[in-house]
Ligand binder design. Structure first.
Ligand code: ATP
Length: 254
């Protein structure tokens, strides 16, 4: 299994307050990594460091493609919903096209092929008919779907999803996970989620971020492990079958 991202001994802070401490993490090609952890544990910060949106204090970040070290990866990012400016005057089509990483501000400058691709992505997201609608006039779930379309239109090497199902209804959620299963054949996926039950059903590997990081090469983990890492009692939906899949737990030293 080839690695695609290696995070080594990474520490990060905001205004002198440490948020991530000595984090090590390897993401593999076609991985489906679930990131869980308590509020404020540093999940989004870790994603931003990987996306090079936030400088880190120390440590290393390495990218690989087909076993060779590279300087950049094409990453698709679905940010947390609360970071979206819904007043920004942009349509669904423009949101999706803006994921093409080109420095084009006017929609007319996108090629026919790019617009066709955007149309296909919009259809895949179940947003056909809403192409011209400004995002301010969409529901929360529709905005998230438009942003997911934006994240996948450039066929990324890595897809990073920060709480993708916050506003997505149950009907589209099932479709979303089916879509992610398909996408995993084409790229690696990192999914940040509070909904542990969903994460455990979907992912191949799991990491818990609470300043430091605990990693599991499989999803067969115990409630004790989760409670230790969440450091609080947890409510787990759809968790019923998990104890049957309990496997060995590694010891982690912090
Ligand atoms: N831009 C910022 N400036 C200062 N502090 C920040 C900033 N962004 C995040 N923090 C702080 O860093 C810590 C980690 O935040 P982060 O958003 O990474 O956590 P998270 O695990 O993603 O949380 P949640 O589950 O609530 O989204 C929190 O204490 C937060 O208040």
């Amino acid at each position: 299994m080839n690695p695609i991202i290696k995070v080594k001994n990474l520490s990060a802070s905001y205004e002198g307050k440490q948020v991530l401490k000595n984090v090590d993490l390897t993401v593999y090609e076609h991985d489906f990594l679930g990131i869980i952890g308590p509020n404020g544990g540093g999940k989004t910060t870790l994603m931003k460091c990987i996306l090079k949106l936030k400088p880190f204090d120390s440590g290393e970040l390495e990218f690989f493609k087909n076993g060779r070290k590279v300087t950049e990866l094409n990453m698709g990012y679905l940010p947390q919903y609360n970071l979206i400016d819904k007043k920004f005057p942009i349509s669904v089509l423009e949101v999706v096209l803006s994921g093409l990483n080109c420095n084009m501000s006017l929609i007319s400058r996108y090629s026919k092929a790019q617009k066709t691709k955007a149309q296909q992505v919009i259809y895949r997201m179940g947003l056909d008919g809403l192409e011209k609608r400004p995002i301010g006039q969409l529901s929360g779930g529709q905005i998230q779907r438009a942003l997911l379309g934006r994240a996948i239109i450039s066929d990324p090497d890595v897809l990073i999803l920060d709480e993708p199902s916050t506003y997505i209804d149950k009907r589209f959620e099932a479709k979303l996970y089916q879509l992610l299963e398909e996408l995993q054949k084409e790229c690696s996926i990192i999914l940040v989620s509070h909904d542990i039950g969903t994460v455990l059903q979907q992912v191949k590997t799991i990491a818990c971020v609470n300043e430091t990081l605990d990693y599991h090469p499989d999803t067969g983990i115990t409630t004790e492990w989760i409670e230790k890492n969440f450091n609080c009692p947890i409510e787990v939906l759809g968790f019923g079958s998990i104890p049957h899949r309990v496997l060995g737990i590694e010891n982690h030293t912090h």
